[in-house]
Ligand binder design. Structure first.
Ligand code: AMP
Length: 218
């Protein structure tokens, strides 16, 4: 599971880790954006809250995650979890869902707020597959996704107001999870600065060290 402020590079790094370890990438943000696009009941509830940078209720999120974590690809291979838990209540619920197993590891991508503000202002995403781009690394052809051909746009919650609300909620609701996982010996932290490649290398390194120690990894 990957933790970090908005703009720390969670989405980008989770896609990379899921390719590296050949496991599904389970992203609550991507699932919710797909639900909004399809106009499902969850999507209709989620849209306004997401646009304003507010968090959705723990119950709705954990029901959605519990359902996803029961699917056969996840059960067979494991998963990289992105965007959940975001509150201590969600972390407790997640531990219950996974029992008698547990998360192998929570990785916190550390980054300074001034840097995430710069990154979020430049961030662009594919409306169809959620692939991440930025003004400095756009898709090859005219804001058309390199992966799926979808349209690449600025996220509706990457406005100045919603960004500051999301960062505020991160500090209040999500940052306590760092201590929560540390106290359970399930946390590693990596600096989120530098190129995406260098951050991925740091993450793979801490995972491999844990694997060799055998702590937690089934
Ligand atoms: P993300 O793509 O992870 O930044 O998520 C986008 C938005 O989806 C968030 O700002 C929240 O509104 C909502 N969201 C995603 N995951 C969660 C979660 N675990 N708990 C509550 N809200 C969430």
């Amino acid at each position: 599971m990957v933790l970090g402020k908005q703009g720390a590079g969670k989405g980008t790094q989770c896609v990379r880790l899921s390719h590296h370890y050949v496991v599904p990438h389970v992203s609550t943000g991507d699932m919710l954006r797909a639900a909004v696009k399809q106009g499902t009941p969850i999507g209709q509830k989620a849209k306004d809250l997401m646009d304003r940078g507010e968090l959705l209720g723990d119950e709705l999120i954990m029901e959605m995650v519990a359902e996803r974590l029961q699917e056969s690809d996840v059960r067979a291979r494991g998963f990289v979890l992105d965007g959940c838990p975001r509150t201590v209540a969600q972390a407790e619920e997640l531990a219950g869902i996974l029992a008698p197993f547990d998360l192998d590891l929570a990785i916190d991508i550390e980054i300074h707020t001034t840097q995430v503000l710069r990154r979020l202002a430049a961030r662009r995403v594919c409306v169809d597959c959620g692939a991440n781009y930025s003004l400095s690394s756009p898709p090859l052809i005219n804001w058309t996704c390199d992966v799926c051909g979808g349209e690449v746009v600025q996220r509706q919650d990457d406005t100045e107001e919603a960004i500051s609300r999301r960062l505020e909620l991160y500090e209040i609701q999500t940052a306590p999870l760092i201590e929560w996982y540390r106290s359970r010996n399930q946390l590693e932290s990596v600096p989120g600065t530098g190129s995406p490649d260098s951050v991925t290398r740091r993450m793979v390194k801490v995972i491999e060290i844990r694997r060799q120690r055998g702590s937690g990894f089934g």
